[in-house]
Design a protein around this ligand. Structure first.
Ligand code: FES
Ligand code: FES
Length: 207
């Protein structure tokens, strides 16, 4: 087909198509560059590799650990610091046996990377007692016989401690909800609920 020329505009049809095609290709290249930059930005900084020497604040003391980026807080506590009160049962956030406090909130130590726990106040079950004096929650669990094999107990104690700090006068329903993430295969729940009710009374100075 002959190249048709619009004399008024001075632009041939072929010239116009060439120009548009070139523009599209240029735009595609530009977009590719932009997308590449966006992907790089979304990917964030270079991932850490190998052991990292970090400091964690645990039970009021600064502790040094050497952890891989993939090391969980639970593994750091148990394997490096010998704080084995936090139990590893499911290691996938389903049982609550590894519950610790992070800035006063109950969290699952198997679901947090040790690196991400930097800069936070971590409390484990080992940090509740004052010397030989058990915390009111611990003592209430003992007095109400709120355990059988005891494997779930540290997690339940930590979840109950967090609950009573946030809700000092919980209803029975709030107690059930507060420990609902902690599984007890021995079925000690009625005694656990009684222990938490009693601990709330003790913390309020009710004896
Ligand atoms: S060991 Fe962490 S939730 Fe089960
Ligand atoms: S006391 Fe055995 S799992 Fe709770």
């Amino acid at each position: 087909m002959a190249d048709e020329q619009d004399p008024a505009a001075g632009i041939s049809r072929r010239g116009f198509l060439k120009g548009v095609g070139g523009g599209l290709l240029g735009g595609a290249a530009l977009n590719e560059g932009l997308i590449g930059a966006q992907v790089a930005a979304a990917a964030g900084p270079e991932p850490l590799k190998g052991p990292q020497a970090i400091q964690l604040k645990i039970n009021g003391a600064a502790r040094q650990v050497n952890v891989e980026p993939r090391t969980t807080l639970l593994a750091a506590l148990r394997d490096q610091l010998g704080l084995t009160g936090s139990k590893e049962v499911c290691d996938r956030g389903q049982c609550g046996a590894c519950t610790v406090l992070l800035d006063g909130e109950a969290v699952l130590a198997c679901m947090i990377l040790a690196l991400d726990a930097r800069g936070h106040e971590i409390t484990t079950v080992e940090g509740l007692a004052q010397g030989d004096q058990l915390s009111p929650v611990q003592q209430a669990f003992v007095d109400h016989d709120g355990l059988m094999c005891g494997f779930c107990t540290p997690g339940l104690v930590m979840a109950s401690t967090a609950l009573l700090r946030q809700t000092p006068d919980p209803t029975p329903e709030q107690i059930r909800l507060g420990v609902s993430g902690n599984l007890c295969r021995c079925g000690t729940y009625p005694k656990v609920f009684a222990a938490v009710e009693d601990a709330a009374r003790r913390l309020k100075g009710g004896g």
